[in-house]
Design a protein around this ligand. Structure first.
Ligand code: 8X3
Length: 253
């Protein structure tokens, strides 16, 4: 894919797979020069190759890494804060402080570090956008959500207060909260237990990473007067975090 050298730059975090990789592709197709960040540089380079973007190593939990990334991206019109994740489903009474700390760091502080680092470039672009991938977990606490609920509620609060703070600046702020999406998300949450991860999606047709990415590209290409503040995206088979319609005819993945 070839994109004009003077096209606006979009940065996507967590772009080596899943929603992030799909966002990189969709934004390149929409005409952006895409800069992809993730820890797994080999997989990132493959995605970058497919979308004609630049792959830069990025660990959003490491301030020095974020600073080096931002220094390599002098201009930026769109920041997609996608890096994040869940670990475990322990209830509060049995919570692992280490798991909670990681979830707070990657989801909340990762979004903070990236937004803070790229905000000057976003403002300087004259028409910047921060698009943060939240979750249905930011809207509803649910059994097994615990630390992830807390982290994603934090991400939502950060995104919404940023929208207030940037009023009057040429930067839009959007929170996109998906429900079930078929990605590696559950595999990470269940620490590689594929059966447990597959059970989440059993009998359901979840959203795809592409569905979310198309929404991100749609938001990113609206006229500058338009701000989508918050979008909740659920599969037809899911009406809230844990209300899911499972159908025997939907094949296991
Ligand atoms: C992922 C969706 O329902 O597992 O953010 O919280 S859910």
């Amino acid at each position: 894919m070839s994109v004009a050298d003077d096209a606006p730059v979009a940065v996507v975090t967590g772009a080596s797979s899943g929603i992030g990789a799909a966002c990189a592709m969709a934004l390149a197709e929409a005409g952006f020069q895409v800069v992809l960040g993730a820890r797994r540089l080999d997989r990132l380079a493959e995605v970058a190759e497919r979308c004609g973007g630049r792959a830069l190593r990025l660990d959003v939990t490491d301030q020095a890494c974020v600073d080096a990334f931002a220094a390599a991206v002098p201009s930026c019109s769109v920041l997609v804060n996608n890096a994040g994740g869940a670990l475990g489903t322990d209830p509060v009474a049995a919570a692992s402080v280490d798991d909670w700390r990681w979830m707070y760091d990657v989801n909340v502080l990762g979004t903070l570090r990236m937004t803070r680092a790229l905000l000057p470039a976003l403002i300087a672009s004259g028409d910047g956008q921060v698009i943060t991938i939240g979750s249905i977990a930011a809207r509803e606490p649910y059994r097994g959500g615990a630390g992830y609920n807390v982290a994603k509620h934090g991400v939502a609060a950060l995104t919404r207060v940023l929208r207030i703070e940037l009023l009057g600046q040429p930067v839009r702020v959007c929170e996109i909260d998906p429900g079930m999406v078929q990605t590696e998300f559950s595999l990470v949450r269940f620490r590689g237990d594929a059966d447990a991860a597959d059970a989440v999606y059993a009998g359901v047709e979840p959203l795809t990473a592409q569905d979310v990415a198309e929404t991100v590209a749609f938001v990113a290409t609206r006229p500058s007067r338009v701000n989508f503040d918050q979008i909740v995206m659920l599969a037809r088979d899911q009406s809230s975090a844990q209300v899911v319609h499972r159908r025997p005819e939907v094949a296991a993945r």
